[in-house]
Design a protein around this ligand. Sequence first.
Ligand code: KMH
Ligand code: ZN
Length: 275
Amino acid sequence: MSAAPVIVTVAPTGPLTTREQHPGVPLTPREIAVAVAEAAEAGAAVAHIHARDERGEPTADPAVYAAIVGEIEQRCDIVVQASTGVGLSVPVADRVAVVDNDLYSVPMATLNPASMTFAGATFHNPPEFVHELAERMKERGIRPELEVYDFGHVRLCLDLVREGLISEPLQFSFVMGVRGGMPGDPALLPALRAMLPAGSAWQAIGIGSSQLPLSLAALALGGNLRVGFEDNVFWSKGVLADSNAQFVHRAVELAAAAGREVADPAYVRARLAAG
Ligand code: KMH
Ligand code: ZN
């Protein structure tokens, strides 16, 4: 079993979480940066970032991403991972700009390998778009976080390796509990892990109530953790979490209970540089 330090990622906003669901979901660049800095203080090494426009809707506007990155960099040295998933309503043509612009630079961004039904809508990731994103990311030295919502998506990611578009060591997210993807069942993690090349890192993203059991299972199996309002706003059944940082605190405590160290941003940067 891997004794690697646990990388805790905070996903403070996401594309879907609303103020109705949690009044504290951070939406503006400053709010997002404050939440990220609190999460960094609590032990998060990576911040997974979605941008919202002035109406609170998801946007791929690089100027908004740049504002968020700038605000975060003023406050902490967390590793910023930009979401190229952006939001279900944002056209694929707009989403390339998240990684292909000269307004900011990030070391990591998500890469979603397949289109799928996502809750009540369609998440568009056609093959030519996935290839274009991977090419732009390779040109700019941005490492992918590979977002796997179902078993077949691992195969699509490994095809990108064979095509020379992405390189090992790979970093996977198993996103579980989305209606349209695989369920949030911890029993699936060993089978998913077995599909990955040696040396891959992976984290479990549990949507809603699957977040805590998947975190526990991921820790036991050598995986990393992701928490935050993008995935879940409930601390316990019917009780809202105080903040994103509260979830990070719990992730760090769980890692300690599992006998695993928590990675700092320098560890993540060194790992990214190895690819
Ligand atoms: N919430 C979905 C649209 C990503 O960040 O790249 C998926 C998503 C993936 O957020
Ligand atoms: Zn996301």
